[in-house]
Design a protein around this ligand. Structure first.
Ligand code: FEO
Length: 172
C-alpha cells in the first residue's frame, strides 16, 4: 500500500469515529428529551459507525499497515430541537460522503484496486445514509416538532422503522 493511501485512510478513520461519538452523544440527548425511539435510532447509527471504523482498521491490518487512532473532539451534548439534531445528522453524513469521495480519488490515483473495491461499499452506504437523514427530516416535517405527531414518529423509530434505511443494503 502506498503511504498516501494509508495516510488518507487513517485521516478518514477519524471521521467515522467522530460520527460514532456524535451519534452516541445525540442518543443521550434524545433520551433526556423523552424521545426513546429517536434515541434508539441514534444508538443504532452509532453502532454502524463503529462497524465502519473497524472496516477501515481491518483493511489496514489485512494489508500489513498500522491503524492510527485519533483524538476525538467532544461532541455536541444538547440541541434546540429534534430538527436541529437531524440537521446535524445530515450535515455530518454529507461530510463523511465527501471524505469518502476524496479517499477514493487518492486510491484511484495510486492504482490501489483493493482500496477502491473496499471504498465502493462505502460509496453505496453513504448514498443510503444521506437518503435516510433526508427522509427522516421529511417525516419530522410532516409529523410536526411537538405533540402527538412527534410521539408517533418516535414510536415508529422505536419499532425500528427508520425511513430511507434498508438494513439489507450496504449498512450491515
Ligand atoms: Fe460511516 Fe455514516 O458514515
Amino acid at each position: 500500500m502506498k503511504p498516501e493511501v494509508r495516510d488518507a485512510i487513517n485521516a478518514h478513520l477519524k471521521l467515522e469515529l467522530d460520527a460514532w461519538y456524535k451519534y452516541s452523544a445525540m442518543a443521550l440527548w434524545f433520551e433526556e428529551a423523552d424521545l426513546p425511539g429517536f434515541a434508539s435510532f441514534a444508538k443504532t447509527q452509532a453502532a454502524e459507525e463503529m462497524q465502519h471504523a473497524y472496516r477501515f482498521i481491518e483493511h489496514l491490518q489485512d494489508r500489513d499497515q498500522s491503524p492510527v487512532l485519533p483524538a476525538l473532539a467532544q461532541p455536541a451534548a444538547t440541541y434546540d430541537s429534534p430538527r436541529e439534531a437531524l440537521d446535524a445528522v445530515l450535515k455530518s453524513e454529507q461530510t463523511v460522503s465527501e471524505s469518502i469521495r476524496q479517499l477514493y480519488a487518492v486510491a484511484d490515483k495510486a492504482n490501489d484496486q483493493a482500496a477502491r473495491i473496499m471504498l465502493e461499499w462505502f460509496i453505496n452506504e453513504q448514498v443510503e445514509e444521506e437518503n435516510m437523514a433526508r427522509s427522516l427530516l421529511g417525516r419530522l416535517r410532516l409529523a410536526g416538532e411537538v405533540g402527538a405527531g412527534l410521539m408517533l414518529l418516535d414510536q415508529e423509530l422505536g419499532a425500528g422503522n427508520i425511513p430511507g434505511h434498508n438494513p439489507d443494503a450496504a449498512g450491515a
